[in-house]
Design a protein around this ligand. Sequence first.
Ligand SMILES: Cc1cc2nc3c(=O)[nH]c(=O)nc-3n(C[C@H](O)[C@H](O)[C@H](O)COP(=O)(O)OP(=O)(O)OC[C@H]3O[C@@H](n4cnc5c(N)ncnc54)[C@H](O)[C@@H]3O)c2cc1C
Length: 403
Amino acid sequence: MAVQMNTDVAIIGGGPAGMATALACTVAGHRVKILERAGEARPAGNILNLWPPAIHALSSMGVDVTSLGAPCLTTFRNAKGKLRATVNLPQKIIDEYHGGFIGLLRPDLYRRMLKALPADAIELNSSVESTVDHGDHVEIKLQGGRSMRARVLIGADGIGSMVRSELWGSTPRRNHNLHIIGGFSFAEVPGLIPNECVISHNRYVQGTYSTILSNGRVGFQWWVLQAWTDEKPAPEDLRAHALSLADGFEGSLSALIKATADDAFQRWPIRDHIPIPHWSKGRITLAGDAAHATSPYAAYGAGMSICDGYFIAQRLHKVDLTDTEAVTRALKEYEALRVQHTTDQVQGAHFLGRLFHHVPFPFTLFRDAVLDYTPFLQQQAGDKNPAEIVEQLDVMGPGITQG
Ligand SMILES: Cc1cc2nc3c(=O)[nH]c(=O)nc-3n(C[C@H](O)[C@H](O)[C@H](O)COP(=O)(O)OP(=O)(O)OC[C@H]3O[C@@H](n4cnc5c(N)ncnc54)[C@H](O)[C@@H]3O)c2cc1C
């Protein structure tokens, strides 16, 4: 007797990777179900920037990206304001993808993605405990003794992914010994330039602000980032600590921090995973941070997660999900399209964290002279990295059903 499926594609995790996979697989013609352990699909943070591939992926999935964020011309500077690099995106890309690199608030993205999801696509308070690939389907065991069956399973369960451990064994988190404190404000702060993202570094600290757009309102998000070991307790007063780090930075960073409401401050220790060469096994694969957790230095973890969903659906489009060989091949193709690009981003972001925050004195003097007076940063962060990201648009093709 044929085994009854609860859905075609089951997705563990209702973050950007999970929602994107569900949206894209719906476009590809498959039934989807997201299993999310939390009581609501809610982001853990506020600040966010997105690159053009994520914007392309979102609009291909039916998400309204009109005025989702503020277009940002992005520059790297030293703390005195000296220009070190300009992030070069072709004007054609900026025009085509709603501003190119955009600044937004994470809850706005979640709202728009949730709105585009089919009714009943997400099951909240559903914590998955284990999965078994039975060859022709995957069994998903949930807390409370319930189980579900699906033809394909996507582990979009974040950096602590249970699915990743099941498939590939334990891969410890890589601690960057960095922390980031950030926030946002819609207050009028003199000196902040709209449609800019300014990433500045002094000898040990990154201090950044980026324009945001939220429900038609223009504001600014900011963050400060420094070396901070895991053993050290978090600073008690985030505002005071952020202000001490912003001290000496040219411009209005300190004023923006002062204008930030108490409940808009957040702090994260920075961690990732050393990239792994394979994600897919049989009818199961990984997406998002479960596959390639990355430091915010890339400003691309959510973007890559959204693109994962796009590529999974593109590969599964027109695939007969009862055909185990075809499903396995499609998931391997997805992995082949994604592993190198995401690995480069993860390692690049890890390198930048080390370069800016873990170089010992007096080598910092040499580093800063190189950054101030040679084209090194322009070549790496201004030209090469954005070009690699934009190249992804070609790999993506015009849409989910046209790959
Ligand atoms: C400070 C900071 C700034 C960042 N800035 C940017 C940026 O500017 N641009 C950018 O693109 N990215 C940025 N990122 C990265 C981005 O936030 C992540 O890459 C992204 O959220 C990953 O999405 P995800 O869906 O893979 O995982 P998550 O968002 O972690 O979602 C995983 C979901 O799975 C659920 N889950 C886990 N286990 C289970 C289970 N067993 N059963 C059911 N549900 C489960 C969790 O509850 C969670 O909802 C930043 C990250 C940080 C920390």
